[in-house]
Design a binder for this molecule. Structure first.
Ligand SMILES: [Cu+2]
Length: 347
C-alpha cells in the first residue's frame, strides 16, 4: 500500500502534535530487561516559522497525522530489546540509521520495515536518515535515542549518580531554501544560510511577542525544554545538534558540569559557563546542579525562593547560545532563536 501524507501545521498545532515526544525523560531504574515495541511514521508537511513563513519538513513522527521535528525520543536500557516498526508514508525511500549501534535500515516508499535496537553502552545517540546526506537529516528526519544503564543500576555513565531529572535538547538550524529544494527534488543551493534556529523544534518568543509564554510555541516555557528544579535537584541535559551550525551553549545561574562530548566521557568534569556543541551530529551532556546562584542577592535559599513566589515573581535564568546569529529568526528577529529558561523553585 502506498499513500502520501502531507501535513500543514501552524506553530501551535505542530507543537501540540509534538507534546510529549521530545525533551523531558521519565525513567525509573528496573531490575529486568524489557522488550519494547514502538511504531513511528515518516511524514512530511510544513511548519509555520516565527516570521509567518511556512517551511517544508519531513519527520519521524508519532502517528501518520503528526509531523514531529525532531522525531520522538526513543528511550531504552542496556539489555532491552527495542523493536521499532517504521512506516514510510512518503513516495521516496528513507533510511533509519544509528551510526554508533551499526543500525542502517532502508524503508521503501509506502513501505514498512522493522528494526531491532540493542545497546551495550548507556548514553545519548542520534538517529537520522543518511540518504542524500545531509539533506534528509536537515529537512527534519532526525531524533534522539537515550540508553540508560541496565538493571537496577542507579549510576549513570561511569558511576555518576542518577540525576533528579533529565532533558533532551535537540538543536537544529534551517535554511528554508534548502528545505524547499529538497521538497522539489532539486539540488540544494551552493551556500547554506540558516534563517531559523530551534530547540526541540521551537524558538524563543520575547515578552510581548505573539506566542510569548505559550508552551505550544515558546521554547522558553515549553515543558519539554524549560528546566524547573529545587535547590539541589541535579538535572542532566543531553544536547544533540542535527544542524550545520556549531554552537556555544551558555547557561546563567549556575555553571554547567561538563560530562561528555560526542560520546566521549570527560576524565575531569569541568564547571563551565559555555560548552561547545559541534555541528552535524555533535553531542554534549552536562549537569545543571541547581546550586544557589552565586550572583543572587539576598543569598539564594529555599526561603528566599518561597518569598519571591509569594510576591508573584519567578526566579529564572536563561540558557542561550553564544553564537548570536542563533538568537534570531528570519534574518533578524531578535530573541526568536534557540533559547530557554531555567527556573529555581521553592520546595
Ligand atoms: Cu547570557
Amino acid at each position: 500500500m502506498k499513500r502520501r501524507t502531507f501535513l500543514k501545521f501552524g506553530s501551535a498545532s505542530a507543537a501540540a502534535a509534538l507534546t510529549g515526544t521530545a525533551g523531558l525523560i521519565m525513567w525509573q531504574p528496573r531490575a529486568h530487561a524489557a522488550t519494547i515495541n514502538k511504531e513511528i511514521w515518516i511524514t512530511e508537511g510544513t511548519i509555520t516559522q516565527p516570521d509567518g513563513v511556512d517551511v517544508y519538513f519531513r519527520g519521524f513522527s508519532g502517528s501518520d497525522a503528526n509531523l514531529d521535528v525532531p522525531g520522538q525520543v526513543l528511550v531504552m536500557a542496556v539489555g532491552d530489546t527495542y523493536n521499532l516498526t517504521i512506516h514510510n508514508t512518503l513516495n521516496s525511500t528513507h533510511n533509519f540509521v544509528v551510526d554508533a549501534l551499526g543500525i542502517n535500515t532502508s524503508v521503501p516508499a509506502g513501505g514498512t520495515r522493522s528494526v531491532t535496537i540493542t545497546a551495550s553502552d548507556p548514553g545519548t545517540y542520534i538517529y537520522y536518515d543518511n540518504r542524500d546526506l545531509p539533506n534528509n537529516r536537515l529537512v527534519g528526519l532526525h531524533g534522539a535515542l537515550v540508553v540508560f544503564p541496565n538493571g537496577a543500576d542507579t549510576s549513570i555513565e561511569a558511576g555518576r549518580d542518577m540525576p533528579v531529572r533529565e532533558f533532551v535538547w535537540v538543536f537544529h538550524d534551517i535554511d528554508p531554501a534548502w528545505n524547499d529544494a529538497i521538497r522539489r527534488g532539486n539540488n540544494t543551493p551552493n551556500s547554506y544560510v540558516p534563517r531559523y534556529f530551534t530547540l526541540n523544534g521551537l524558538n524563543g518568543r520575547p515578552p510581548g511577542a505573539p506566542g510569548a509564554h505559550d508552551p505550544a510555541v515558546d521554547s522558553m516555557v515549553d515543558p519539554r525544554t524549560a528546566i524547573h528544579g529545587h535547590l539541589g535537584d541535579r538535572t542532566m541535559v543531553r544536547c544533540i545538534n542535527t544542524g550545520r551550525a556549531q554552537h556555544a551553549v551558555h547557561c546563567h545561574g549556575n555553571h554547567m558540569e561538563w560530562l561528555s562530548s560526542n560520546g566521549q566521557q570527560r576524565d575531569d568534569v569541568w564547571k563551565k559557563d559555555i560548552i561547545p556543541l559541534d555541528a552535524n551530529g555533535g553531542m554534549m551532556e552536562f549537569i545543571f546542579p541547581f546550586e544557589p546562584a552565586p550572583d543572587a542577592w539576598p543569598p539564594m535559599t529555599n526561603a528566599t525562593l518561597a518569598q519571591a513566589e509569594a510576591d508573584g515573581l519567578h526566579t529564572a535564568y536563561p540558557m542561550h547560545l553564544h553564537d548570536e546569529m542563533t538568537q534570531t529568526a528570519g534574518g533578524g528577529l531578535y530573541m526568536f532563536g534557540a533559547l530557554t529558561d531555567i527556573y529555581f523553585e521553592a520546595k
